[in-house]
Design a protein around this ligand. Structure first.
Ligand SMILES: C[S@@+](CC[C@H](N)C(=O)[O-])C[C@H]1O[C@@H](n2cnc3c(N)ncnc32)[C@H](O)[C@@H]1O
Length: 246
């Protein structure tokens, strides 16, 4: 499986004119360093605006969100549609709360976040290096059974969101799962903390993912805000990557 992954990775990497780097780390459990993870110097960066708030308020955010046990039922929905011992990517992992939960359930987790400060706190929290990477630095090789992107896209512009979803979809195996969530509604606001907040409902969510025909919506459901903020329900979605035609 590891060899297959490496072969696939090399094919994808050469397709985007990336240097192919052979590393002994690929021979064991795949837990790449940041350099190994990126591979391509050609990948461009998303705007850093989505992560500025988290760099500037890392410790507060970490303390506020690291112990939210009420997220576990939403995590379980993800675990339940994955194969056993699945390989997952926690994209925008924040405190690492959910990575830690997935690891406790036997999943193999790679965690990334665009905020350097949060990566340091999260690495300590999960006992494993959290890679300081943007979503569009996710390598395009189809490696993951599942990508968990909890509240990970809520601060993105349309362009960034589509770019990030593309990167995530490319990194999923055929039949792999992307689970994400948005605040429920139909608006874009700047919140009290000066962050962009994107709201979606069933219709706008469908429209968003219509532009990603390789992903199929499998389930949507609404949950209450785990931080108990008023008027802040969340629309959760499970998407499955379609089997490629060849
Ligand atoms: C609302 S927080 C959610 C954190 C965590 N998933 C949770 O549920 O507690 C959004 C997270 O995504 C990260 N983030 C936002 N935009 C990003 C990007 N383009 N690339 C990588 N991380 C990003 C932020 O640094 C932050 O940790």
């Amino acid at each position: 499986m590891i060899i297959n992954f490496f072969t696939n990775f090399c094919q994808s990497a050469s397709a985007i004119k990336c240097p192919i780097v052979s590393s002994p780390r690929f021979l064991g459990t795949f837990q790449p360093t940041k350099d190994e993870f990126i591979k391509s110097p050609n990948i461009s960066f998303c705007s850093s605006k989505g992560t500025d708030f988290y760099d500037n308020n890392a410790l507060q955010f970490f303390n506020d969100t690291k112990d939210l046990k009420s997220m576990e039922p939403v995590c379980d929905e993800f675990i339940n549609v994955l194969p056993e011992n699945a390989e997952v990517l926690d994209a925008g992992c924040g405190s690492g709360r959910d990575s830690k939960y997935f690891m406790s359930k036997g999943l193999s987790v790679t965690a990334i976040d665009g905020s350097k400060e949060l990566c340091e706190l999260a690495s300590e929290n999960i006992g494993q290096e959290v890679l300081n990477l943007n979503y569009n630095q996710i390598p395009p090789s189809p490696k993951y059974d599942g990508i968990w992107a909890c509240a990970a896209l809520v601060h993105s512009s349309d362009e960034e969101m589509h770019q990030s979803i593309n990167c995530m979809a490319n990194a999923l195996k055929d039949g792999g799962i992307l689970q994400t969530n948005f605040k429920l509604g139909d608006k874009t606001i700047i919140d009290g903390k000066n962050r962009v907040q994107r709201y979606f409902n069933e219709q706008t969510l469908e429209k968003l993912f219509n532009e990603h025909p390789n992903l199929e919506i499998e389930k949507t459901w609404v949950t209450e805000d785990v931080l108990k903020r008023p008027d802040n329900d969340w629309l959760n979605v499970i998407l499955r990557k379609k089997l490629s035609e060849d």
